[in-house]
Design a protein around this ligand. Structure first.
Ligand SMILES: NC(=O)C1=CN([C@@H]2O[C@H](COP(=O)(O)OP(=O)(O)OC[C@H]3O[C@@H](n4cnc5c(N)ncnc54)[C@H](O)[C@@H]3O)[C@@H](O)[C@H]2O)[C@@H](O)CC1
Ligand SMILES: [K+]
Length: 500
């Protein structure tokens, strides 16, 4: 699913109006109906409502929503926040229609016009939408502050009032903090940025049948991967397949005290369909790995405590494996850095790089040029910062991410809520699955195992990253459903991996 910017959304509305064709006021009615369909499923008709409307089309939506909810017998009051003399045409139209059916419309011009909003009420926020062009001030600001202070449940129409859809807000901006956002047709880029979590609440999109051909043609670097889109990426298994079909992966993981990282990664790799798996661990990890993961072959490093790259027995060179995954628990010992330096020039196929392997790259940036094209890097934000430079806000971070992926022709999986997968073409795919329960030690090692398995099965690297991140998050969601987020462990996530 594409994410469009505000100018494109405006053009999309116009294209729908022209080509469907549909009158603007009827398009607004369709949007209001879609909101109401969502709303009535969640809040019973006995819920007392306060609907705050601005003077633009977001406010017009609010007025239409009020009329449609009145038809469904919700007890409600409408508050028009009068911050300017000008009202949009469709606002005026809906204002007239609403006045025909209710006297419960108040006008908020001064702070004392703002009503109390007790906890049993639902507030619908239709003050400002995607047309926001400056920070909220005056009575708009006061109304937003009152909504945020109130214990009422807050639902924002299209976007929280005061939040820019596709550019950074200033830290001092006053923005509605909703419990829910119901957005029309497409998510806004702002919803996917970690710094905005307070300003989106639980967000959803509702279909208002905007012009499909316009959406298909609109150029954008930003995508949101819906579950149905992710599932389409899954390769079907050939009935005549054998273990060679699914590749032979080499995982370089673990150091003294962190052999668990190798175990988790190896288990996740095996649970993600790899044909054969060899794990190279420091000598001390050999008995652990052979016991904990009997399905994997294990080659002990000659170094007892860290990976140095050399092994006792003459073995296959890393370049001869289908893919290599490196990083979980490896530490930053000089021997390990030497191994990485020797390894990179020998590899040509896409590989997976995680954790301290990324930190070693950050400290030795000349190595970045040697990454095989299409490799997948899986940093969390701190690790990514070590690979690049600090950023001022989430938008700058996205720019940096796109730039980095393009420059080094790699796929970067920036981990976090709505993990962002940046492609060598400079696109970003945001993930839909996962929850805060995944913020626990070892889940990153699991992701490395998953991605290594997908590369071994010869998935295209971008598809591997998008699918792998989706499946990993989904496993986390399944664990959260069964045992809650707090008790979640990385082992649970491995066990919950499902590929169907
Ligand atoms: N255009 C369409 O056909 C549709 C638009 N829809 C709604 O229209 C909204 C966008 O409507 P508008 O473009 O009218 O914009 P808004 O309703 O977001 O803003 C209203 C007006 O307020 C002004 N404004 C901007 N920032 C302000 C601030 N901080 N304080 C005070 N005034 C400010 C702007 O000049 C703008 O014209 C969407 O979010 C959505 O809710 C939906 O009805 C779907 C269809
Ligand atoms: K709003």
């Amino acid at each position: 699913m594409k994410i469009l910017n505000v100018d494109q959304i405006r053009a999309l509305d116009q294209a729908t109006i022209q080509h469907e064709p549909i009158a603007p006021i009827n398009l607004m009615e369709r949007a209001a109906l879609a909101f109401v369909d969502w709303f009535v499923d969640r809040f019973p008709a006995t819920t007392p409502l306060k609907i705050f409307c601005g003077l633009g089309n977001n406010g017009g939506d609010g007025l239409a929503i009020a009329r449609l909810l009145l038809e469904r017998d919700y007890p409600l009051e409408v508050f028009v926040v009068r911050y300017a003399p000008r009202e949009s045409d469709d606002f005026m139209h809906n204002h007239r229609r609403l006045k025909l059916v209710t006297d419960n419309i108040r006008y908020v011009e001064l702070s004392h016009d703002i009503p109390p909003m007790p906890h049993n009420e639902v507030v619908i926020d239709a003050i400002l939408g995607s047309g926001l062009s400056r920070p909220a001030e005056g009575i708009v600001k006061s109304a937003i502050e009152a909504i945020n202070r109130s214990p009422a449940t807050v639902v924002s129409v299209d976007i929280a009032s005061g939040l820019y859809a596709d550019q950074p807000n200033a830290p001092e901006d006053v923005i509605v903090e909703p419990d829910y956002t119901v957005a029309f047709q497409l998510p806004k880029l702002a919803f996917l940025l970690p710094g905005n979590a307070r300003y989106t609440g639980d967000w959803q999109t509702v279909d208002i049948q905007l012009h499909k051909r316009f959406i298909d043609k609109a150029p954008t670097p930003y995508y949101y991967t819906r579950p149905d889109e992710a599932r389409l990426l899954l390769h079907k298994r050939d009935r005549y397949a054998h273990k060679g079909t699914f590749g032979h992966a080499l995982l370089l993981a673990g150091s003294y005290g962190k052999i668990g990282a190798a175990v988790l990664s190896a288990r996740a790799c095996l649970r993600s369909g790899v044909g054969l798996l060899t794990v190279q661990v420091p000598g001390c990890g050999y008995p652990v790995l052979q016991t904990a993961v009997p399905e994997a072959m294990c080659r002990p490093d000659t170094h007892e405590h860290v990976l140095s790259g050399t092994t006792e027995v003459e073995t296959t060179s890393p370049a001869d494996f289908t893919t290599v995954g490196i990083g979980p628990g490896i530490g930053k010992a000089s021997e390990t850095l030497a191994m990485l330096k020797a390894l990179l020039p020998t590899l040509t196929k896409p590989m997976v790089i995680d954790a301290d392997a990324l930190n070693l790259l950050g400290e030795n940036r000349e190595l970045l040029d040697q990454l095989p094209a299409g490799s997948i890097l899986t940093p969390h934000p701190k690790e990514f910062e070590r690979l690049t430079a600090p950023w001022q806000n989430d938008y700058e971070k996205l720019d940096r991410l796109r730039e980095f992926a393009r420059k080094y022709r790699v796929v970067v999986v920036l981990k976090g809520a709505h993990t962002a997968v940046a492609t060598p073409e400079g696109d970003i795919h945001f993930n839909a699955t996962g929850n805060p329960g995944l913020s626990t030690g070892g889940t990153g090692d699991v992701l490395t195992g998953v991605l290594t398995a997908l590369l071994a099965q010869r998935y295209d690297p971008v598809e591997a990253a998008v699918l792998g991140v989706y499946a990993h998050g989904l496993a986390g969601d399944q664990v959260a459903e069964q045992r809650g987020q707090i008790g979640m462990t990385a082992t649970d996530v491995v066990d919950a991996l499902r590929w169907a």
